[in-house]
Design a binder for this molecule. Sequence first.
Ligand code: NAD
Length: 432
Amino acid sequence: MDTEARRNQSATRARSLSAVQEMNPHEAVNHFFDRAADHVKLSDEMRDILRTSYRELTVQVPVRMDDGRVMVFSGYRVQHNAARGPYKGGIRYHPDADIDEVRALAALMTWKTAVVDIPYGGAKGGVQCEPTIMSVGEKQRLTRRFTTMISYILGVNRDIPAPDVNTDAQTMAWMMDAYSSRYGYTPAIVTGKPIELGGSYGRDAATGRGVVEVLGEAARDLGIDVSGATVAIQGFGNVGSWAARLIGSLGVKVVAVSDVGGGIHRADGLDVQALYDHVAESRSVAGFPGAEAITNPELLELDVDVLIPAALDRVVNERNAGRVKARVVVEAANHPVTPAADAILEDRGVVVIPDILANAGGVTVSYFEWVQNIQQFRWDEARVNDELHKTMARSWKEVHARSAVDGIPLRLAAYAIAVEKVDRAEQLRGYI
Ligand code: NAD
């Protein structure tokens, strides 16, 4: 199909999608899956299997709060598919974490681990809570109880959690301890642990580093000169802050950053290390000296070359996609671009590097951590970063080649590769 015909098709798709309202997260992930299933001519039986989760566990987690009250939080662990290896995926603490969101993120993990070809399936977990107003003690009690309640479906060769939004190495240490106190010392039960407890060098930076690696590879292969280019990054947590700190290696200038507290913009470029120190002290990018204040919606529409959404899902949607000025969008967050927005960006010729490829650096180094725990042999940071680079570069090349050969967008190419791999694994194991 030529470019013009493709654009007409995506414009039609954008119109029909916006006519039916934005989809919920799980419908959206399945929308992308369905397109790939059509493209690779997946059988109806396999389509039914892969559109749904294998197992969904909902638990009610009672926690004694510091003021003596008991609060009950809803927690979820969804296992989507394990044809290619144990279930793998992060645990998110957020007020919006619900079964639909967790279900969508679990499916994304299946496609992500397949795109980068690491031997895992897909899972995700979440607890609906507001961690920013909880004490350390409350978060620890919540984490321990939640881990115990889902421990029956976890296992080193069954399901291995990791950090995600509002969870970190400390959360993983509590999870490991809660699991180990029941089943014996088991460092490989979670990844993203502190180094002292069997964590991997390079894991903390891995997702942000992978984002930068993929952007570098894409720029080279697509003939986009990023030296001197500008970038706006939404989110300055684990992923956004590491992407901001590492992107200078490509010659890209960070001109805007935001977080839940607001955004900042400086056309001449921000001093990222100074910003990092500012956030360590004040807990938000807002108020950084020498920069003008902007809102999160304004950041997404800034006149920059590259946009990196690295916070939450669905921030680029049918309402603002037409005003995104960046030529390249790198999906560091999971599902930051809705299907309707995706079609609009495609129609406008914006290059979108999809989440299942762009942010796969985290799960890749999680895999390296798991391997090190099982082998009881630690790699140095240079080896971790070198293996990460090889994985991200190879995966980009495969997605780019598929996109070029089949004449399809990068997202569809990534999903097509992933769906074929999972389908093949299911067939080989004789599931149907
Ligand atoms: P994090 O909790 O470390 O940081 C989240 C950031 O988003 C913070 O800066 C927070 O202030 C900001 N944020 C929260 N709500 C916001 C809002 N309403 N508007 C603007 N900013 C807001 O989380 P993270 O680990 O950096 O994850 C960010 C994204 O990357 C998520 O979509 C996550 O699923 C995805 N991801 C994370 C990893 C990982 O290894 N941590 C791996 C793959 C994908």
